[in-house]
Write a new protein. Structure first.
Length: 139
């Protein structure tokens, strides 16, 4: 084998290695972004807590409702976990909490779906906050 043939083979192998490395990098970058999504888990959980708390307003003597509310509040962590698992499986993604994001909007936001899974809405939470504020502070 002469030097020219050896040089050609080496150049060919180097080019193939570069192509494979580039393809692997692009493939990993593309797949990682498609496998991630964000949710505002804290916001949804707070909304659910507010709605549960507001549901007690004016029902001081309704022990059945109080027991039901206490049971629902105790189940909140498990309910949130189940909802997050459902979303992650449905979309085939790993969920990241919005609070962990520093910059950028390239990831899909599944917060609205999480609200639906938790059977609460931002509007209900806002109404509950106002009702609690009026009862507590008279405003």
């Amino acid at each position: 084998m002469n030097d020219k043939t050896l040089l050609t083979i080496t150049a060919g192998l180097a080019a193939a290695a570069l192509i494979m490395a580039t393809y692997a990098t692009v493939q990993v970058s593309t797949n990682t972004q498609e496998q991630l999504a964000v949710v505002d888990a804290k916001g949804v959980l707070e909304a659910k807590k507010l709605v549960l708390l507001a549901s007690l307003r004016g029902r001081d003597r309704d022990m059945a409702h109080l027991e039901k509310t206490i049971e629902a509040s105790q189940k909140l962590p498990a309910t949130l976990d189940a909802a997050l698992t459902t979303l992650a499986q449905r979309h085939g993604v790993t969920l990241i909490d919005k609070a962990a994001l520093v910059k950028g909007t390239a990831l899909p936001d599944l917060t609205e779906e999480l609200y639906r899974e938790m059977q609460v809405s931002q509007e209900e939470a806002a109404g509950a906050r106002m009702a609690i504020s009026r009862t507590t502070f008279g405003k």
